[in-house]
Design a protein around this ligand. Sequence first.
Ligand SMILES: NC(=O)c1ccc[n+]([C@@H]2O[C@H](COP(=O)([O-])OP(=O)(O)OC[C@H]3O[C@@H](n4cnc5c(N)ncnc54)[C@H](O)[C@@H]3O)[C@@H](O)[C@H]2O)c1
Ligand SMILES: [Fe+2]
Length: 371
Amino acid sequence: MAMDSFSASLMKDKREIIIAPTIYKFANFGEFAQEFALGERDVVLTNEFIYKPFMEQFNLPCSYVFQEKFGVGEPSEAMIETMYEQIPYETYDRVIAIGGGAIMDLCKLLGCKRPSSVHELYFKREPVVHEKEVIAIPTTCGTGSEVTNISVAIVKDEKNGVLTGGETKLGLVSDDIIPNKVCLIPDLLKTLPMKPFAASAIDALIHATESYLSPSRKTMTSEMYSVKAMELILEGFRRIGENGADARLDYLEEFVTASLYAGIAFLKAGCATVHGMSFPLGGTYHVPHGESNYALFGKILEIYDEIKPDGELAKFKALVGRILGCDASEALKKLAELEEKILPLKPLREYGFKESDIVDFRYRLWRTSSA
Ligand SMILES: NC(=O)c1ccc[n+]([C@@H]2O[C@H](COP(=O)([O-])OP(=O)(O)OC[C@H]3O[C@@H](n4cnc5c(N)ncnc54)[C@H](O)[C@@H]3O)[C@@H](O)[C@H]2O)c1
Ligand SMILES: [Fe+2]
């Protein structure tokens, strides 16, 4: 099959690594607010349950907007349109995203010139024009969205320019939406409950894995970030497996740093089948992003192992074996056992997945990658 123009443009990209934002670390929100002198022309998009314990006490003059005002869950066309209405473009100069991947993806859009409609923007019929400074502060440890050039939303689906009546999940991709600054504040992850923590950490592990396995787009530098992310995440999982869920609390800096590293790796090397197939799964059955990837991850690695056990996968198994202290031949099994201790795996049918989706999602996987 001929390569589509989007994939061809990625293959032509000769950059060894892309780390566009300046990266900071702070012990807590107060230190960040002081360094950046938050003022009246700053808008902070967050959740009320993150604002209350970490930000309310400082009585800062910036405006706080809570994502839940527009709707819950992953960004959708309707949610973004409501956000545009609630935060008029002329009321702010800087955008500060403090939240999970969903909030960071929304803030990337707040940093850009308003399109005539969100739909036109996501279907690439209007350009992305970055105009305002965006500061991204992740409070989960998964998406790496703070460093990536993607903003993901569930949008009305189209076929040949006509609305199908259904929905699909699309990534708006442009280097112009990479945040200008990233601040890592591990303290903010203390309130993240175990389940979203686990789903996001597994998402980061999958970013690191898929970029590590990318035979043609990875570079020596992206591989270094993938390996370091895997080492940090698997060590954290080992601690949780041995000592229980609270063991994550002494290791939050490592988790949030690993997810940044995995984001740097996949921005260059890309993600692959797991993410491609999880997009229709998440879009159709509203399965949270990390969980939908996890539902497919182990099986896809097994299939890779059946089809081509040598090459990059052999290196991956040796690497995981080294980190987990087992033989490479046992690595995929041990990895699945360790993940099971972090987040029990549910069969796809429990999310509503049907046998016919196998063919339908394959079509949509092709559409997503070539859109
Ligand atoms: N742009 C990218 O590069 C990229 C990559 C992967 C995923 N994504 C997108 O990111 C989203 C998934 O991100 P996510 O896994 O971070 O999930 P999320 O943003 O939906 O957050 C998960 C849940 O945890 C809550 N939460 C977050 N931080 C918290 C905290 N500190 N304390 C208490 N609760 C907290 C959120 O409110 C939410 O209910 C999806 O919309 C996905 O499509 C984007
Ligand atoms: Fe992901």
